[in-house]
Structure formats: C-alpha cells, structure tokens
Design a protein around this ligand. Structure first.
Ligand SMILES: Cc1cc2nc3c(=O)[nH]c(=O)nc-3n(C[C@H](O)[C@H](O)[C@H](O)COP(=O)(O)OP(=O)(O)OC[C@H]3O[C@@H](n4cnc5c(N)ncnc54)[C@H](O)[C@@H]3O)c2cc1C
Length: 382
C-alpha cells in the first residue's frame, strides 16, 4: 500500500513514472555538465514535448497533454529525477508563461504562441517582476501606451526565468493609472525591435536555467497581442499565481524527498568509528525527523493539488503549502548535507546542489512573508 493512495491513483503514478524515465534518460546523464555550463540544449524542449512531458496540465485542444494540477505535480516529481532543478524549471517556464494566453480564450493567440511552445519549438517566459518592484505587483511601471493599432511598450523586467532564451514573453504592462485595474498582459516576441536582454544573471542555485533582466525600448506591439481585456491583467495574474505556488510546493516536497533518499543511501554506505554512520542513533533520528517532514510536505501538496483539481477555493492552503514545503526543503537539504559531512559541501554531490536550489523556494512566486499576509487575510486576521 502506498501511503498516498487515497490522493493519487494509478494514472498519476504512471505519469510520474513516464516523466521520471524521460528525466533519467535525457537529463540525468548530463545534469552535472549542464548545471556547470549554466544552460541545457534547446533541443530538449522538443524531446520533452514528444515524450508528452512538456504539455502536462495543458488542454489537448491547445496542443497539451491534458490533466490538471495533480498531474502537473506528478510531472515535476518525475522531471526532478533528472538531478537538475535548473533543467526542470527551465523546461517548466511555460507553466507560468502560457496561462495568461490560454485564459484569454483568444484562439489566434493560442495558435500563434501556445501551440509552438507546447510543441517544444519555441520557449516562453513570464515577465512580471521589475528592478523596482516584485512583491508589490501593483507597482509595475513598464508602460504600454496605445498608438493606433499598437501599444508602445517601454520599461524593464527582472529575474525572468528562461528570459535569456525565450521567444515568447507574457509581459505584465501598465496601461492605466489604477494600481490594480491599470495592468494588462501583452505578448511580446524576442525579435521585436526594442526588446533586449540587458543581463544574464548569475544565481545561488537553479544554475542550468537562465535568468534574465530584460529591457523594452519603445517596442511596437500589435493590439491583437493583448492577452485578455485591457485592465484585466491583475486578475489573470492572481489566478496564475495559484498554479505557480502549487508548482513551487511540488518542487519543495520532491527536493526534500530526493535529499532524504540520498542521505539514507549515504548513511548506509559511509563508515565512521568502524560502523556505518546509520549505526549511530543520532543519524537514525535525524533521518526519521527528515522522513516525517517529507511525508507531511507531500501530503499537504497532494491534498491542495487534489482540491485545486476539483475547482475548490484554496487560496490560503496553496500559500500554506508553498511556505511549508519550502521550509521542509531547506531544513531537509541542510540535514542531508550534514549527513554527507565534507562530501555534502562538494559540488559533485546532488545534496549540495539541492541545498542551493532550495533557497529560492521561500522567495520565488511570492515570498514567505507575502504568503503569510495572504493566509492572514484569508483567515480574517485583518
Ligand atoms: C531565480 C528566480 C527566478 C524568478 N523567476 C521569475 C519569473 O520567471 N518571472 C517573474 O516575473 N519573476 C521571477 N522572479 C522574481 C520573484 O518572483 C521575486 O523575486 C519575488 O516575488 C520577490 O520580489 P523581490 O525580489 O522584488 O523582493 P521584494 O518585493 O523587494 O521583497 C524584499 C523583502 O521584503 C519583504 N516584503 C515585501 N513586501 C512585504 C510585506 N507586505 N510584508 C512583509 N514583508 C514584505 C519580502 O518578503 C522580502 O523579504 C524570480 C526570482 C528568482 C530569484
């Protein structure tokens, strides 16, 4: 019996397995090389699409593989078995970039942008954060000024996952003065005159994924590239955040799970004072604590995903899952590094990489503090 079998069925298990096989075949043999290089081959997007991995959670009539939030969690768990969070999140940037396009319900936008991305022919990124504002989305200043049948876009975006290589950018722009009601999504293409990658940023973790600072200098964007109504950007973004936060919860839970497995294996192999370090009660207790936290993190993540799949309102729970799993990922990877001793500090070990990758989780997609604000509000705390 699987402890989670009341939340996951056979189909979920099979999907996770097929994504895992893809990751073990296509990513794992190159994970260290790609992490050190800070990139991975573009062709991987096409191979992931062919294997049905890229489109999980997206409707089949838009070129996806179908399924809902729980399937997306399974895909993340499988992909992470490639041993590189950077590759997984690089492949996965479409997960946050495409929903504004799909939610617009505009078939022409879906055909022009979502389909080629889901086929692995183009790369997509979501551009919300700016050099001057992150948590406070209402502070977005990238301006889109209407000029006939175009918007003229001027501004800058910061920390954009896949932004260096992306062909398609879902960009949150300011079209009006109302802090929330004046925000609109436009789809920009990398080859439009005035779109520039100002910097490829160097990071603590997620090395194989690129992260960009982008500049838009008078970019003429056809009005037909607007995703959703003018002024509807904030609402679209709030819906999108739910999926992003669930995905980050899944990354947290699986990061901790893999670190636990690695530490358990090492504790059986590594000897000190004439016996495996697993022979020390201190090690066994540490692993038992880690396993408890991992089980709680997975349970919360699956439960929230299952409720999202049913269409339930789980705004506070998804924020709780994001915060809780991020804490678990950080503490379990910390303990795993400790169990590895000196080897845990070496770049050649997976737990070293996971411990760096985990640090992003309480920051990206809304910080720990912002999640607490949301939970507090939902609980009616003011
Ligand atoms: C690797 C990486 C990838 C990313 N990918 C993307 C991407 O693809 N697209 C994108 O648009 N963005 C992306 N981001 C940006 C990310 O979403 C932001 O960094 C995050 O939302 C925090 O914004 P900030 O960095 O501006 O921090 P700030 O908003 O400046 O926050 C600084 C500190 O102040 C705290 N703070 C802010 N407001 C409050 C408050 N009301 N109450 C209490 N504390 C508060 C924060 O919690 C934080 O500790 C990425 C970031 C990283 C590091």
């Amino acid at each position: 019996m699987d402890f989670f079998d009341n939340l996951l069925d056979e189909e979920h298990g099979m999907l996770r397995e097929s994504c895992r096989r893809f990751a073990e075949r296509e990513i794992a043999p190159h994970a260290v090389e790609w992490e050190e290089a800070g990139t991975f081959p573009r062709e991987l997007y096409g191979r992931a699409a062919q294997a049905g991995v890229l489109g999980v959670g997206f409707p089949e009539d838009a070129g996806g593989s179908g399924g809902g939030p729980l399937h997306s969690v399974m895909a993340i768990e499988g992909l992470m078995r490639g041993g590189s969070t950077g590759v997984a999140v690089g492949l996965g940037s479409l997960g946050i970039a495409l929903p504004p396009i799909l939610q617009s319900g505009d078939a022409r936008l879906v055909d022009r942008f979502a389909r080629p991305v889901l086929a692995g022919e183009k790369i997509a990124a979501l551009a919300i954060t700016e050099p001057g504002t992150g948590s406070d989305v209402a502070g977005v200043r990238t301006r889109a000024v209407r000029d006939g049948e175009h918007y003229v876009v001027t501004g800058a975006k910061m920390f954009i996952t896949s932004g260096v290589r992306a062909d398609v950018l879902s960009v949150l722009c300011r079209t009006g003065d109302d802090p929330h009601g004046g925000l609109t999504f436009l789809v920009l293409e990398k080859d439009m005159p005035g779109v520039r990658v100002s910097r490829a940023l160097k990071k603590t973790g997620w090395w194989a994924s690129d992260t960009a600072e982008l500049a838009f200098d008078g970019v003429r964007v056809p009005v037909e590239n607007r995703a959703g109504p003018e002024g509807g950007g904030f609402l679209t973004l709030m819906r999108n955040f739910q999926n992003e936060r669930l995905a980050l919860a899944a990354y947290g839970a699986v990061t901790a799970q893999i670190a636990l497995e690695e530490a358990t294996r090492y504790a059986r192999e590594r000897k000190a004072f004439g016996r495996p370090i697993l022979g020390f009660q201190a090690t066994r207790h540490k692993l038992a604590e880690m396993a408890t936290r991992v089980t709680a993190a997975r349970t919360l993540t699956y439960q929230v995903a299952a409720r999202m799949q049913r269409g339930d309102y789980v705004v506070s729970e998804v924020s709780m899952a994001k915060n809780f799993t991020a804490d678990v990922a950080m503490s379990v990877t910390y303990d795993a590094v400790q169990i590895f001793g000196g080897m845990g500090y070496m770049r050649e070990t997976l737990v070293e990489r996971l411990s760096r990758d985990a640090r992003l989780l309480p920051i990206g997609g809304g910080t720990h503090e912002v999640m607490l604000e949301i939970i507090g509000k939902q609980l009616g705390l003011g």
